[in-house]
Design a protein around this ligand. Sequence first.
Ligand code: BDP
Length: 712
Amino acid sequence: MKRFPLLLLLLLPSLFAFSENGYDLWLRYKKVANNSLLQAYRQQLNSILASGNSPTMDIVRKELQTGLNGLLATTVAQRTTPQPGTLIAGTPQNEPLLRNAAITGQLKKAGNEGFIITTTTINNIPTTVIAANTDIGVLYGTFHLLRLLQTEQPITKLNIVSAPRIRLRMLNHWDNLDRTVERGYAGFSIWNWHTLPDYIDPRYIDYARANASIGINATVLTNVNANATVLTKPYLEKVKALADVFRPYGIRVFLTARFSAPMETGGLKTADPLDPAVQQWWQQKVKEIYQYIPDFGGFLVKANSEGQPGPQDYHRTHADGANMLADAVAPFKGIVIWRAFVYSHTNPLDRHTQAYDEFTPLDGEFRKNVMLQVKNGPIDFMPREPFHPLFGAMPKTPLMMEFQVTQEYLGQATNLVYLAPLFKEVLESNTGNDYTVAQVIDGTARHDSLTGIAGVANIGNDINWCGHPFAQANWYALGRLAWDHELSSASIANEWLRMTFTNNQHFVDTAAAMMLQSRDIYVQFTNPLGLHHIMGTGHHYGPAPWVNDQRRPEWNPVYYHKADSIGVGFDRTTTGSNALAQYQPKARQQWEDLQTCPDAYLLWFHHVPWNYKMRSGRSLWNELCYQYYTGAARTAALQQTWNKLQAYVDQQRFHEVAMLLGIEHKEAIWWRNACLLYFQTFSRQPIPARYEQPSTSLEYYKSLRFPFAPGI
Ligand code: BDP
């Protein structure tokens, strides 16, 4: 009787001590576990010398102090003169010790935001140096050095030069002023508009710090489905307060501009971009914004898409609209990011082709400070899409990549889906013009300096920021790839796991393997073989390939899979919509022939008979069954693998992930059964007997409703 409570009492503290809620993200700065490395780090980084009077340098000093104190479990002194083992951080402008030819020579390669980290001697004193041309570069270098320690890398002979490949590394928040988040699965918006500008939630600072740690330097605070109210004085005061917090972290603020704002908040009768009164209204508005936020980045605009107002309402082009805004922000060095995500239900052509048709005639028509933001694929952030044909077709326009970090179509917050492999797949695609997509957006293809990657943020006010503990890795990966798109998915997973959980090699190898196959698994149990857009209507949660009652044809899943008694898939070859013609011949080749088209894109580009013999030797129908069953089975394997990692992870996060993997498994079976039962009504073939047969009916799956699903 007495022994049990005693045991519990003994266990309790260890349980609580070994529990993390995920708020610290990848910036936990736990004591280095490897003892010999710890000793080496302590010796090599025993004190800090970081001069320079700026808010950014204050942050550098604080970060180094917090980071080193935590990682080295000792109090690291701040110095004004170096001693052996002093870490010197700064710019040559502010720190005379860094004004030597070796350092300034290297710094030529670092640009405005890059840095060098080197093991060297200064005045014959052995030191480690973080140097940059700007304070923000020093901050990026600081996070890099701390990352080396967090991931237990040797630091005895450092010789690092690092500069971002992309200039604008941006988050797009789809956050509304009422704090709901369109397609947000991690709670409400972290922007508390009601208490701004006077109340500065410490979370704003933590947000900026986390972004700076991965090189993100721009943020769009508001939803692309914009509300003009954010452009009014009281809201600009709130935006200013956030911009002031973010500035020392190198983050510039952008806003979404509702095209009809001159009418809604300015009292004008029109928003016609060629109307002088409209132009003047925007010029005045922009002037006002810059009075509050002198380094305001500019506007992100969704126009004439999904019901948003735009220049076409006045029979003007997208270029007319973008240029009018671009002229207004140009005197302040602002830019306009115009979205290419447009399609119309009155256009009978394949949705796949519409953005290309709309924008390619405008190539060369945009002002120099306009970027066209293109989603990674031509439909809409599907689990797997071919790259957007615009990447190979707008040689005179700076194209910005838009990825979706929030997992709207990739399992929302209940599925473990690591997105770096998706991002990399697109970035490494060859446009057929001798350039990869990455080279188009990093400016290599056009010798551009206006370059950018945006990710639709997955951040909300959940304690762990992103809902699923592993969703943090997607925020992390976006930043790391925007800085250097040549990093591999595996290396990013590896460093994120080490920083977020532990450096234990067995844990890292096992969890990285889970991450690296997770997106593939998700595609397999939801949209195998190139299927797409067969998710639930509105909330986009779960499968609903049967939906065919939506007002707009292209909102119906049946529009995309085209299942019939003959087969399934969207013919986008010359016998069908011919969307393939929008790709350069060298890119098109890989997909246009049914015989050689990779399985992954088969039903994306071809309508394929149910009995078509696949590479595997199976018929298409049997292959579809194989894919759905294999995908679902792999989610069970993920659960088993994770369960074996319990000893390496704190209780709280272990159980969170375990429970979510349980949900993912259930959802996988749901997707598998619902889709196969539905497609079976066309194929009229049995699910092979070796598979466990669905125990519920298609009608049951069709009857499911989710009126309060998040993110709508
Ligand atoms: C779709 C989302 C919708 C967004 C739209 C967009 O479902 O909520 O407004 O993208 O990117 O995927 O504008």
